[in-house]
Design a protein. Structure first.
Length: 185
C-alpha cells in the first residue's frame, strides 16, 4: 500500500513490500520509476550515417551524460552524420534536453550534422517551449532524415572556405603601445 509508506519493489526472489519513511519513500519511488521508464538506445549504421533509435521516456536517471559521451566517441571515431530517431519517445525532460544540447555542441565543434526524426507532438512542444528546436533539423521519418543529412552535409562541405595560412600576430601584451604625444604614464 503506497499511501502507508510501502512501495512494491522487485527483489531477486520476487516482489516484496518494503517500508520507508516519507523521505526514503520519495527517493525509492523515483528510483523505481526511473528503472521502469529509462530510455533505451539502439545504434546502427546506414552507409556513413549513425542512426540512434531512442525508445522509452527520456527522463532523469536515463543516462543522458553517458549517451552524450557515446556521441563524442562516435565523433572521435570519425562519424560526422547523425540521425536521432525519436519515434518511440513519448516524453522528454531536462536530461534529454541536456543530451540534445550537449550533442549539438559536440557536433558543431566537429563540423558534424545531427537531424532529429519521428518526434511526437508532445516532445516537439517541449523542444519548442525551451526554444531548442530552432537548433535542429526536424523531419518526419528516417528516410526524410537521411535525405536531409546529405543535403546539410553537402552544403556544409561546399561552404567551407579554403584554408589559407594567416600571418601570425604577436600577442597583445607583446605589442608596443602607442601613446599620443604629451601623454604621461
Amino acid at each position: 500500500m503506497i499511501g502507508d509508506g510501502f512501495l512494491p519493489y522487485e527483489f531477486p526472489d520476487g516482489p516484496a513490500a518494503v517500508s520507508f519513511s516519507n523521505r526514503q519513500w520519495a527517493s525509492r519511488a523515483d528510483e523505481f520509476r526511473r528503472t521502469r521508464s529509462a530510455v533505451r538506445v539502439t545504434l546502427r549504421f546506414k552507409d556513413d550515417v549513425s542512426i540512434l533509435s531512442l525508445s522509452g521516456k527520456f527522463v532523469a536517471g536515463s543516462d543522458g551524460p553517458f549517451l552524450r559521451q557515446k556521441v563524442l566517441d562516435l565523433i572521435e571515431a570519425g562519424t560526422r552524420k547523425f540521425l536521432f530517431d525519436f519515434g518511440e519517445v513519448p516524453y522528454i525532460d531536462s536530461t534529454g534536453l541536456g543530451f540534445l544540447a550537449g550533442s549539438r555542441e559536440l557536433a558543431a565543434e566537429a563540423s558534424a550534422v545531427i537531424v532529429l526524426s519521428g518526434m511526437n507532438p508532445h516532445v516537439r512542444r517541449i523542444l519548442d517551449g525551451v526554444k531548442l528546436s530552432q537548433f535542429f533539423d526536424l523531419v518526419e521519418d528516417e528516410n526524410a532524415g537521411l535525405a536531409r543529412i546529405e543535403q546539410l552535409y553537402r552544403a556544409a562541405q561546399s561552404a567551407k572556405p579554403e584554408e589559407t595560412p594567416q600571418p601570425l600576430e604577436a600577442p597583445k601584451s607583446a605589442r608596443a603601445r602607442r601613446r599620443p604625444a604629451g601623454a604621461s604614464e
